[in-house]
Design a protein. Structure first.
Length: 426
């Protein structure tokens, strides 16, 4: 028997015989029960039960004023509510009486005259069971309260996340709308500017070729400057338009199996005159095992052209630009590297370089303040093709741009080279 449970158990004795009550209290007190209350008035038994909330009620079956079964019927419902066992005390050893007591809700019975050890054992067993039931119920109640509190907190967190998700969707929808609107505005602006710029290019070309007569040397130089500036402005407008379309997700992919080495060779050939004019050595390094990839050839060519042109532009005379390609069997990709021995970029300026016309510290790095659209557009195209672009650079040590392209863009089904163009995967 658990002495801790006995020490916290409460017993209520209902008997009209003072001698019997005194004997029971003495036996239970000696057994370690500290709280033994009694009453000889069955009429107040229910109120005492509610007040004391005993673990065990010891009820005499035969009382002169009221039958013990009637008291049992009166106490049964409240005893179940508070978690109390009712043990009948009777001198009748007949089975019919005992069965009737059990049917009416008694937990056990003790016959008179009783042995002290039997009485203590019966009451202690019932008290221990009820105390453990109460502790279990209290534990369950606390557990339910904790679960309810945790559920409430989780629901509050879920509400916050749901609200944040809703706001994020709204923000993304607004951003997509703004991107589309911006692309439309830029397209309209580009259209408005292309017409007069094309005219400027055409007329300045006629003048620099002196098709309608010789020009004074000074005016011929002006015609050259006008023609170069107009071509540059057209290039900038076209770059803006391409970047806006890429950022707005309006670019589409025209996929085919592409020979990476062929794209690199074509790019280097197109830029060879620029490199030669700047005194830069332009080289190609193709590693063995390079396979074709399914990608958009036009966009890949634009990527390599932009990165290589930037490298040539920012490499001083006597420097070297190398365009490399190699298989990346570990990641199932193809690596394209554009490496130069140019002036390099300060790491703190790298974020600015990746933005259109990002501002860098020109006086410190040697680069002009505006880094142009080549790098941001290349990054957009690489991501559109499902690849990654990284830049490593240090002032005075050159720059290395590394591209990793998958064998095919993600979420795109294999198709033939003459298949229709596919929209980029979202």
């Amino acid at each position: 028997m658990n002495s801790d449970i006995i020490g916290s158990s409460r017993i209520l004795v209902i008997d009209d015989d003072p001698t019997s009550v005194e004997l029971v209290k003495r036996v239970l007190t000696r057994a370690g029960f500290p709280s033994v209350e009694s009453t000889s008035e069955p009429a107040i038994a229910l109120s005492l039960l509610r007040q004391l909330r005993p673990h065990v009620v010891l009820l005499d079956l035969h009382m002169p004023q009221i039958d013990g079964f009637a008291v049992l019927d009166l106490l049964r419902e409240e005893a179940q509510r508070v978690g109390c066992s009712i043990i009948m005390l009777t001198g009748d050893v007949g089975h019919e009486v005992q069965v009737e007591a059990l049917k009416r809700g008694a937990s056990d019975f003790v016959t008179k005259p009783f042995a002290a050890s039997v009485l203590v054992a019966r009451i202690a067993g019932a008290a221990e069971m009820r105390e453990l039931q109460r502790r279990l119920r209290e534990h369950n109640d606390r557990l339910q309260e904790a679960v309810a509190a945790r559920t409430q907190r989780l629901q509050a967190a879920l509400d916050v996340l749901t609200h944040a998700e809703t706001e994020l969707k709204r923000s993304l929808a607004r951003s997509e709308t703004e991107s589309r609107n911006r692309a439309d505005v830029i397209a309209q602006l580009a259209h408005e500017l292309r017409t007069p710029l094309s005219a400027v290019c055409g007329f300045s070309e006629v003048m620099r070729r002196e098709q309608f007569g010789a020009l004074a040397p000074r005016y011929l130089d002006y015609a050259e400057d006008i023609h170069g500036a107009a071509l540059h402005a057209l290039e900038v407008i076209n770059g803006f338009l391409d970047l806006a379309k890429a950022e707005a997700g309006q670019e589409t992919l025209s996929l085919s199996m592409v020979d990476i080495a062929g794209v690199i060779e074509e790019s280097v050939k197109l830029l060879s005159q620029q490199a030669e004019a700047g005194g830069v050595s332009l080289k190609i390094a193709i590693r063995a095992g390079l396979e074709q990839v399914e990608t958009d050839r036009t966009k890949l060519l634009q990527i390599v052209l932009n990165l290589t042109s930037n490298a040539v532009k920012f490499t001083p005379a006597g420097g070297t630009v190398t365009v490399e390609a190699a298989p990346d069997s570990e990641h199932g990709a193809t690596i394209i590297i554009v490496r130069d021995t140019g002036i390099g970029i300060d790491p703190k300026d790298m974020d600015a370089v990746m933005r259109p016309f990002g501002q860098v510290h020109g006086a410190q790095s040697g680069r002009p303040k505006g880094t142009g659209l080549g790098m941001p557009l290349a990054r957009q195209y690489v991501e559109l093709l499902g690849g990654t672009l990284s830049v490593a650079s240090r002032p005075g040590e050159g720059t290395v741009v590394t591209i990793r392209l998958p064998r095919r863009p993600p979420a795109v089904r294999p198709h033939h080279a003459d298949a229709p163009s596919l929209a980029p995967a979202q």
